[in-house]
Design a binder for this molecule. Structure first.
Ligand SMILES: *[C@@H]1O[C@H](CO)[C@@H](O)[C@H](O)[C@H]1NC(C)=O
Ligand SMILES: *[C@@H]1O[C@H](CO)[C@@H](O)[C@H](O)[C@H]1NC(C)=O
Ligand SMILES: *[C@@H]1O[C@H](CO)[C@@H](O)[C@H](O)[C@H]1NC(C)=O
Ligand SMILES: *[C@@H]1O[C@H](CO)[C@@H](O)[C@H](O)[C@H]1NC(C)=O
Ligand SMILES: *[C@@H]1O[C@H](CO)[C@@H](O)[C@H](O)[C@H]1NC(C)=O
Ligand SMILES: *[C@@H]1O[C@H](CO)[C@@H](O)[C@H](O)[C@H]1NC(C)=O
Length: 290
């Protein structure tokens, strides 16, 4: 029995090599992201689930659940992933946390049952983390922090300001400022775009200055990716300009603003830049665009 059990994978491997048309999924992630590859099964303890990167086995579950291993145990000390791998004991889904740029490659999933074998490949490409986007505003202005994506129903989006959770979209739930710390700071000044998850802060204050993080989880039946986008907001005292109407800016100040706008454009995805131009042909006042 034990022998048969050990032979099965070999037999199915041989069959499998003859067949073409393995499902391949392109997975594009950034450094520090985490990713979950879904198996789509709920183990009834009959399957053997194996994960490989190229030909190295990095994780496996066998039917009796007594043989679960990830990385270190599977590979006798190669420790490529250290503590960054997690295997879901129920589904065999594999999580890789804190992706590094050396994690690019072909991850192969084999699900072997007594009647069939399934083979999937996740082709992982890792790109660099882009620099934080920079928005510079004067006190009292509004600022819209663009997510740069269109949300799908299964995606979740969480905005943090200096590590405080300020807004959350999950499923069809939308929450803005649910705790005291957030409420004291932003009371009634946050608006969330349902479709994109973009965040508008109205009537900005200098205390809004700081690092905003958008944690997005893209999720479908094949895999899910959790990624963080960083946005750096600086709000300057309005003292300088409060008496100067927009049309009467000195050429020096105007030139400074043009430089700032160019800077923002340079670090912002083309789509966002396009949106800004489209909605604000003269992008001096970025009022809430919804
Ligand atoms: C992620 O990995 C990098 C090295 O690649 C390490 O410096 C950093 O501390 C890790 N972050 C977390 C949250 O584990
Ligand atoms: C994996 O993705 C890379 C980069 O996108 C591509 O060059 C390569 O052909 C892909 N490999 C497979 C097996 O799909
Ligand atoms: C899952 O999403 C990725 C991109 O986010 C897409 O390329 C892939 O086709 C999707 N898979 C399914 C089964 O919807
Ligand atoms: C969203 O998730 C549900 C289950 O959680 C799944 O049935 C559905 O296929 C998913 N939709 C997409 C577009 O991936
Ligand atoms: C992703 O979607 C799958 C079904 O499509 C669901 O089972 C799983 O719980 C979701 N994961 C997250 C992190 O939302
Ligand atoms: C935010 O931008 C300001 C001005 O460019 C810079 O001094 C600061 O270091 C940045 N902070 C972060 C966290 O990127």
């Amino acid at each position: 029995m034990e022998l048969l059990f050990n032979l099965l994978p070999v037999i199915f491997l041989l069959i499998d090599n003859g067949a073409s048309g393995v499902d391949t999924y392109e997975v594009s992630v950034k450094e520090k992201d985490s990713v979950i590859f879904h198996t789509g099964v709920k183990t009834n303890q009959q399957e053997v689930i194996k994960w490989y990167i190229y030909d190295t086995r990095i994780a496996q579950i066998t039917g009796d659940l007594s043989k679960i291993c990830t990385d270190v145990q599977c590979n006798e000390g190669t420790e490529r992933f250290r503590d960054r791998l997690k295997l879901d004991h129920q589904t065999g889904s594999l999580t890789i946390m804190n992706i590094s740029n050396t994690d690019s490659g072909l991850y192969e999933l084999k699900i072997i049952s007594s009647t069939s074998t399934t083979d999937k490949i996740f082709n992982v490409t890792v790109t660099d983390v882009p620099a934080a986007e920079l928005y510079e505003k004067k006190e009292g202005e509004s600022v819209t922090l663009h997510s740069g994506v269109i949300r799908k129903p299964n995606d979740s989006m969480l905005w943090y300001f200096n590590e405080i959770l300020i807004t959350e979209i999950t499923g069809d739930q939308r929450k803005i400022c649910t705790d005291v710390q957030c409420d004291e700071r932003f009371r009634d000044r946050l608006k969330l775009d349902h479709q994109t998850g973009s965040l508008t802060i109205t009537n900005t204050r200098t205390t809004d200055d700081g690092l905003y993080k958008l944690q997005i989880t893209f999720n479908n039946s094949s895999f899910s990716i959790t990624t963080v986008k960083r946005v750096n907001v600086t709000v300057t005292d309005s003292g300088l300009s409060s008496s100067v109407p927009d049309s009467g800016l000195s050429s020096g100040v105007a030139a400074g603003i043009v430089v700032a706008v160019l800077l923002v454009a340079a670090v912002t995805a083309g789509v966002i830049y396009y949106r800004c131009r489209r909605y604000h042909p003269v992008p001096l006042n970025e009022n809430n665009s919804g």
